[in-house]
Design a protein. Structure first.
Length: 652
């Protein structure tokens, strides 16, 4: 038996397979075109019939376009499907309405909005039941089975898929039958019944190959790869995954990402860690590109383990942290569907009760015709009451939804107000505390000059002038940091990334920084190589570097050293500012970027500060997709490093 922790990891993989299975089911009622330029061809055909009176043809094209766009452009897909639904509703085409709303449910599932997906599936199922559409009912049962598996009601899920498969056999729908077999394979894999899972996956693969559905066959290869991996048949797992990534002209990035993650996990289990990392990184890039959160959660966990196995603890920690972030995100997006499940069960019970009541009425009518009028009247009353209860329940639900939305909006406004109050309090604290001193110094010296101007000799006046200049510079730096921080807090900082030379950024700040370093007799050196180019905003980067170097000078004693280093690191440029200054305790480091803690320390020459410089640096670095890190120890100096994206090489 597997450990419980391994089981939880596998659960996310199973859920990912369900995303695939759902995308298979809701296309079964839509006619398919040839593989060449499907989407473009359908859009051209739709544009060609704008003035055509054949509404049903337009609805079918809208549904097909929505189906083709579901993977790459889910938002656009939903728009086409909603337009199809509106047209079908206007013309009372119940089956087309159900087909459209079911497609919207599938798009919502792709986008991770499972509650909305379930709502649409139930609505579509009711429409198909009203029109006795067997194929539609089979699709609806398949959908319910998927949701039940998400709720971990595995046996009920299997029962619904088997029932759907039986209907498919009756109506000879091989395509949906293959989809049900595929879903049964996923359900049995979730139960760790790997032989049953393998049986249904192979049956699904046989049918898809008979249908010539190459892409669907590749999705099943991904499932087979997962099953073989769980059975520790690693070579078979590798063969299955390779069939996906080596398939010619296959552009489904979801499936390619999943297959590469599978290869990464197989190689990890085999102890071939270099290969595991190679395919894991490829999977990670694809998953980020398409926003596949389940894949991101899975592959970051694999990468963390593989890097740890290579003793690359830094990268292992990096991907372990990402794994935790994506795991939390997936957990937060998972909605509890128990209420919807109970609603289905209640509807089923009501349908059975109504059927029994009708049978009883038939017996009563047959045996006692003279009670016909009373029975009909009773049924009418019951129907009216049922309608009133149903309407009242709907009104109540709508009111509850509106109330919940209002409460959410109020909570959001309260959070914004709290943030504004915190910003205001911080601003007032800084103005009252940090700006008061330099302004008071300026005021005192100017008052002294006015009152005793004739008593001062030239050297005394020069000394006072230097002090005034120093205080005014302090005030300007404080005001500049306040302005930059306020712009950052209000979101008004402009951001215009371009290719910038790091050496040029340093040179533009050299005179100002050299003046400060000379005053304290600090040796300021730069080891920035020529031609080191980042893709970033020049002004933001200049502010970051200037603040970090000024900070280093501030906390370094006379005759100390401040050095700047820069180099390429993977796809990033890393710039470091090192000093031989006073250093920091861990408690100070932990509160560096917290404006509420009020971290504002004097420099080695009693230089003042707002404590906002590092907060601004962190905001500006993260705005450019970089990171800011700190290494320091009391009495041994500090190292502040930040990263920026490396500029792309120009094509000659």
């Amino acid at each position: 038996m597997r450990s419980s922790s391994r089981r939880k990891v596998n659960r996310s993989v199973v859920l990912r397979m369900h995303e695939i299975s759902l995308l298979l089911f809701f296309i079964v009622l839509v006619p398919r075109l040839s593989a060449q330029s499907k989407q473009d061809s359908l859009i051209r055909e739709l544009n060609a019939i704008k003035n055509d009176t054949s509404t049903i043809k337009k609805i079918e094209l809208l549904i097909m376009i929505g189906d083709e766009m579901k993977f790459s452009y889910p938002d656009s897909s939903e728009q086409y499907l909603r337009e199809a639904y509106d047209l079908a509703e206007q013309n009372n085409y119940r089956n087309k309405m159900a087909q459209s709303i079911s497609g919207i449910g599938g798009v919502k599932y792709v986008m991770g909005e499972y509650d909305f997906a379930l709502e649409n599936f139930i609505k579509a199922l009711h429409m198909w039941e009203d029109t006795d559409n067997k194929r539609g009912i089979a699709v609806g049962l398949n959908n319910i089975g998927l949701i039940q598996n998400m709720q971990e009601h595995y046996q009920q899920s299997i029962n619904n898929h088997i029932q759907s498969a039986e209907i498919c056999k009756q109506v000879k729908d091989t395509q949906l039958l293959a989809t049900n077999y595929f879903n049964l394979g996923i359900s049995y894999e979730a139960l760790q019944h790997y032989d049953s899972a393998l049986y249904y996956a192979k049956r699904a693969l046989t049918l898809e190959r008979q249908l010539g559905r190459h892409n669907a066959s590749l999705r099943i290869q991904n499932l087979l790869g997962r099953i073989y991996l769980e059975k520790k048949q690693y070579q078979k797992a590798l063969d299955a995954y390779r069939q996906v990534i080596n398939a010619p002209d296959y552009e489904n990035k979801w499936e390619l990402s999943y297959a590469m993650a599978g290869l990464a996990e197989v190689y990890h289990e085999m102890g071939i860690l270099e290969k595991s990392i190679e395919y894991g990184l490829k999977s990670y890039d694809l998953a980020r590109e398409v926003g596949a959160k389940w894949d991101l959660q899975n592959v970051t966990g694999i990468l963390a383990k593989s890097f740890a196995g290579m003793d690359n603890w830094k990268r292992a920690y990096e991907y372990h942290r990402l794994h935790k972030v994506y795991s939390d995100s997936v957990f937060n997006e998972k909605r509890e569907n128990q209420i919807n499940y109970l609603r289905l069960k209640r509807q089923q019970s009501e349908n059975e009760a109504l059927l029994n009541e009708n049978r009883l009425q038939d017996l009563i009518i047959t045996k006692r015709n003279y009670q016909l009028t009373a029975v009909i009247a009773g049924v009418v009353v019951l129907l009216v009451l049922a309608f009133l209860l149903y309407r009242n329940n709907n009104l109540k639900n709508k009111r509850n939804k509106k109330l919940k939305a209002k409460n959410t909006e109020i909570a959001r406004k309260n959070e914004e107000l709290q943030e504004l109050n915190t910003t205001k309090d911080t601003l007032f604290r800084i103005i009252a505390h940090d700006l008061k001193n330099p302004v008071s110094v300026i005021n005192s010296y100017t008052e002294l000059i006015i009152d005793e101007f004739d008593d001062f000799d030239r050297e005394e006046l020069l000394d006072i002038t230097h002090k005034l200049h120093k205080s005014s510079n302090e005030t300007l730096r404080l005001l500049d940091n306040l302005m930059q921080w306020a712009r950052s807090e209000t979101g008004t900082v402009s951001f215009s990334p371009e290719n910038i030379d790091i050496q040029q950024v340093y040179n533009d700040n050299f005179d100002l920084l050299m003046s400060s370093s000379r005053e304290k007799k600090i040796n300021l050196t730069s080891a920035i190589p020529e031609g080191l180019v980042a893709y970033a905003d020049f002004n933001l980067t200049s502010t970051i570097l200037r603040n970090l170097i000024a900070n280093a000078i501030k906390f370094t004693d006379e005759n100390g050293r401040v050095s700047i280093q820069a180099y390429e690191k993977n796809e990033m440029i890393e710039v470091s500012v090192l000093d031989t200054g006073t250093g920091m305790s861990q408690e100070t480091i932990d509160n560096l970027f917290n404006t509420e803690k009020g971290i504002s320390q004097k420099g080695t020459h009693d230089e003042k500060g707002t404590g906002l410089g590092l907060v601004i640096c962190k905001d500006f670095v993260e705005k450019q997709n970089g990171t800011l890190s700190v290494e320091s120890e009391l009495g041994k100096g500090s190292r502040f490093s930040f990263t920026l994206p490396k500029a792309a090489k120009e094509v000659e």
